[in-house]
Design a protein around this ligand. Sequence first.
Ligand SMILES: NC(=O)c1ccc[n+]([C@@H]2O[C@H](COP(=O)([O-])OP(=O)(O)OC[C@H]3O[C@@H](n4cnc5c(N)ncnc54)[C@H](OP(=O)(O)O)[C@@H]3O)[C@@H](O)[C@H]2O)c1
Length: 243
Amino acid sequence: MTERTIALVTGANKGIGYEIAAGLGALGWSIGVGARDDQRRIAAVEKLRAAGIDAFAVPLDVTDDASATAAARLIDERAGRLDVLVNNAAIAGDMPQEPTRIDPATIHTVVDTNVIGVIRVTNAMLPLLRRSAAPRIVNMSSSVGSLTRQSGPAAEQTAGPVSAAYAPSKTFLNAVTLQYARELSGTNILINTGCPGYVATDLNGFRGVRTPEQGAAIAIELATLPDDGPTGRFFDDAGVVPW
Ligand SMILES: NC(=O)c1ccc[n+]([C@@H]2O[C@H](COP(=O)([O-])OP(=O)(O)OC[C@H]3O[C@@H](n4cnc5c(N)ncnc54)[C@H](OP(=O)(O)O)[C@@H]3O)[C@@H](O)[C@H]2O)c1
């Protein structure tokens, strides 16, 4: 069994996920690059390796049970355990998303990726995480999933566009993360959600104002929490985000 810390980052082929992989790899960790597309996965692994990072490819479509199971088997055969899981993969979904106009199929697709995908991958990886001395799970959420920010006096500034799919999927993800934390309390597994801020990526047509590297910072912080660190909380770079 390898001594290096082993991490899996889902959706690591581009955007914030790629930078999370690069940032954790720079710590000397071994990084599984979870990605569904063969070419994009290979390109990301090659780029990370060229930067001196111990990256390996993990074929993974988070909407597919068999793919998640196969990914866990691959990591088991390579490392025998998993120390850190970063559930980063997500989609924005087709527009429009106003609740009065949305196609229900859009909600299904977004929830299947952004929420059930996280549960699917987490549960596939849990047996490997339980073999780690310090397991950490980081779920990439968004402040638009904060009901406080959707409804508070500053909602116009902080809530993003009206959405019945993407924003509620992050609310759902936050709620599920809290339930995991409750169930796993008393174990050494710490599970939290993080918001990267508004980052220029494909997800928002590169309209974000932060760099993917800046967006990755909160995931790296939550992936490297000490043993007495928080669990079942929601953070961004400024600290705790209200549910
Ligand atoms: N960008 C922002 O301003 C912002 C703000 C708040 C939260 N976030 C969150 O940050 C995370 C990263 O977003 P990003 O901005 O970096 O988006 P992005 O550039 O669009 O990257 C999303 C990643 O998820 C992958 N993905 C999507 N569906 C997948 C599936 N079924 N299986 C496996 N991988 C899948 C994509 O792979 P493909 O290349 O194959 O599509 C891609 O690697 C997401 O959770 C997002 O909700 C982003």
